[in-house]
Design a protein around this ligand. Structure first.
Ligand code: ZN
Length: 403
């Protein structure tokens, strides 16, 4: 593959006829971006140089679609809030908090999730929820993220301190301010913990619909996939979709391909969180490819939770070759001690071509839960970023494009 599809096939915005029908007319956008074989070869030399690869990836404007607020809180903020409110925690330095709030050797995900509940006090107050939201967008901006879908469970504290609505409003306030200050378009996804009773999911779904026009774009199902299959929540997701809320569901991470299939068939999932185990069932892969159902892949998370044995065999390229729109994400940057740029670098080193890397990036924007008109506004910036990356490839490995 040498050409990157910038606008998905079938999009109404590809056809010149449609362009002419719009009033006022929007300028035509390029549909493809071509990387030459020489540029691909130069890129393959660059991937072995950590500094150059890092520089190159930081030039890429990105969309991140799978990022949990709860897993992205800065250790320094945890410590500061604990000190301010006199909350006793065993750690007294940022380094100690960072260690306590990240996966350590021997932790499995369920053990770890139990552990991290200790620090849920950062979501007790409205102003703190706004703050951690703002800081998470700020951290994403450092990765050159231009569009962020940030997800969180607004029932985290079981409404003991803030209601579902207050939680969402506080996150929206933080996201709005960050968008203004930092220029990162930010939308929210409310997440349902699948171990909660179904009534709780209904509560969250109704709130998602209430805030649909203010920046809540989707609903997610997260946590213990093995013991709580997606079909338990089928009616809730149907209701959300009928009311215009997009649906993404964690599946094919701890459980196998059947979980992905149920998320799609029974809950109407438009995107799959992880879905990394879809490769265990070729008939499921065929469905994902044919219906162009995106996977929100999170390689470091999948490695640390044991969903994949190694990154060397990570199936991103495999899915890409099948025509499944895969995207790259951090999942929980502070828990897995990663960044979005790290995820791109890891995949580049595992054998992706430059055009494949750019395609993954383009997918992030193309499959975002945004109206096409808003994606369209962001695309020129992405395209310019691709050009800048090529310029850097020429600078590092070939003669300059514009000497
Ligand atoms: Zn996740």
């Amino acid at each position: 593959m040498n050409s990157v599809e910038l606008i998905p096939a079938g999009s109404q915005y590809r056809t010149p006829v449609f362009e002419r029908e719009l009033s006022p007319p929007l300028e035509a956008q390029e549909s493809y971006f071509v990387v030459t074989p020489e540029e691909e070869r130069a890129f393959q030399a660059i991937v072995h140089d950590d500094k150059k690869l890092k520089d190159l990836i930081s030039l890429l404007p990105k969309a991140e679609l799978h990022n949990h607020l709860e897993g992205a809180v800065r250790p320094s903020t945890v410590l500061e809030i604990a000190k301010r409110d006199g909350i006793p925690i065993p750690e007294s330095t940022v380094e100690e908090v960072a260690k306590a709030t990240s996966m350590q050797p021997g932790d499995d995900l369920l053990v770890f999730l139990q552990k991290i509940r200790t620090y849920a006090f950062v979501f007790d107050k409205k102003e703190d929820i706004s703050r951690v939201t703002y800081e998470t967008v700020e951290d994403a901006a450092r990765q050159n993220v231009k569009y962020l879908e940030l997800r969180f469970n607004p029932l985290k504290q079981k409404e003991k301190y803030v209601t579902v609505e207050e939680f969402i409003e506080s996150a929206l306030a933080g996201a709005r301010k960050a968008e203004e200050d930092l220029g990162v378009k930010t939308r929210l996804i409310v997440s349902i913990n699948r171990s909660y009773p179904v009534e709780a999911a209904w509560r969250v779904a109704r709130a998602a619909i209430k805030y649909e026009d203010e920046g809540v774009v989707g609903m997610d199902l997260a946590a213990d996939e093995i013991n709580y299959p997606p079909e338990l929540f089928a009616d809730v997701f149907k209701f959300a979709r009928e009311n215009g809320v997009h649906v993404t569901i964690h599946a094919g991470e701890a459980a196998g391909p059947e979980s992905v299939r149920k998320a799609i068939e029974l809950c109407g999932a438009e995107r799959i969180g992880h879905g990394v185990r879809s490769q265990e069932d070729p008939s499921l892969e065929a469905i994902l490819a044919e219906r162009k159902i995106p996977l929100e892949l999170c390689p470091t998370s999948n490695l640390q939770t044991g969903a994949v044995p190694s990154l060397g065999s990570y199936p991103l390229k495999h899915y890409l070759n099948l025509g499944i729109p895969v995207t790259l994400n951090t999942d929980d940057s502070q828990i897995f001690l990663t960044t979005l740029n790290d995820e791109y670098a890891k995949m580049a080193r595992s054998g992706l071509s430059l055009s494949e890397l750019l395609q993954v990036d383009a997918h992030g924007l193309n499959v975002a839960f945004l109206p096409e008109s808003e994606k369209r506004e962001l695309r020129p910036e992405f395209l310019q970023g691709f050009r800048n990356v090529l310029q850097a490839v020429h600078h590092y490995g070939l003669k300059p494009l514009n000497p």
